[in-house]
Design a protein around this ligand. Sequence first.
Ligand SMILES: [Ca+2]
Ligand SMILES: [Ca+2]
Ligand SMILES: [Ca+2]
Length: 461
Amino acid sequence: MLSTPSAVAPRVHRERSSRSPRASRLLSWLTCLGMGLAIAGCGPTDDQDYTHPLAEGELICGRPDFKQMFPYSIRSTKRPVLVHYYKESEWETARQVLAAVEKGWDYHVNRLGMRPAIKDSGECGPDDFFDVFVWKGHRSCLVDVLSGDASTPWDDRRGYMIVDPWGPYGGPELEETVVHEMAHASQAADDWYESPITFEMSAVFTDQVYADRYIKTYFDDFQAHPDWALDYYDDYETWYMYGSSMYLLYLKDRFFGGEPQFISNMWLGSRNPPGAQDDQTLNEPDFADALDAMLKDKRSSYVETVPEFSRWRWYTGDHVDDRHFHHFKDGLENLKAAKLTLAAQQEATPGTISIDSKTAPMMLGTSYIELSAGSGTPQTVYVSLEAPSDAGRRFVVQAVPGLTPDSDGEFLDLSSGPKQLKFAADQRRTLIVNVLPTGTYDPDLRTDDRYPFSIVVSDHP
Ligand SMILES: [Ca+2]
Ligand SMILES: [Ca+2]
Ligand SMILES: [Ca+2]
């Protein structure tokens, strides 16, 4: 049984809140001028056993009672950031949040090269500074957005942040939570309506680089669903989108010398004119187009990375080695715990292994089939692939692990008939079966259709 995030935590975890984008035209800022420190008469006491009077999910920007909701604020002296808080006694906490926001800003903008959060023209708070709300009882931490900057041709959005330092993502996690949210603030400066998976995939990728550590939890759900499209949007049912950061770790280490800054170019190349908010097909270009352009001189493309990434994805769990991912300083145990779910695991006896429509891969999805040599296994094993005809997709089959010191696996071209399958020293071998498009690919047009197939094991070609 899959343990979904809803079983252990709210489904909305550090999300960018794009599921209910509140990019509404908010009330103009009329009433609250001059947000000063310590406005008298707002009556906070030192009692910390309370939750903020505004319920989680309520709009804050542009409210007439903004000053009552957040009477206090600290202004950054380094970045255009204003942190709002409710009780005078929360100054120290607000100061910690501000320090984390400044760190996150510097990390994403100066180290990774992302765009800073765009100025909000006073659409939130008293001026054009980026607003951050220290909101006790708002368990989820998030960045949400306001309007876009009409002077830019791409679909950027002005953002603001809500953080609950006392909630499940505060405490010792506060800094990482805030740095994670600052990833979303930067994303909003390029494209707030990119393919849904990119937001958490990219933010968690940068989280791990920031922490120099594989982060627990996320990979398990990603590895549990290799059949899903690599860019599948599961609507936050699991941590899949967070764990898909493994793909960006692969790109970093395989194509970009272990350096994370390519992520900035992915977002820059994803910018498109407004429209995708209401019609996702207008997300042109999308992150896959951006990666295609970035990988072209490396003679690869987004789709073409899928088979190789599927191999790297196998070299996790019990198969972690030193030849694939450049390991972070910490958390290797989390990569070792990221065990792939197999579509089938059985002895290689002559017969048919059917991967039916329930578990078959989606487009850009993968089946892992582990075969072992046993008493019923022929002296020489041949495998072939059968599937209903479909001009829109092709299967790519590989076998891992590699059988020589310089190999990490090989392609089996089954289009021309059965091929011999050799076993590794432990008498096992895993087939990796990818579904890829025969034509162009667009993540915004992909369906969730599955592509059943069978592997036929025999003792002759
Ligand atoms: Ca503002
Ligand atoms: Ca598209
Ligand atoms: Ca885009």
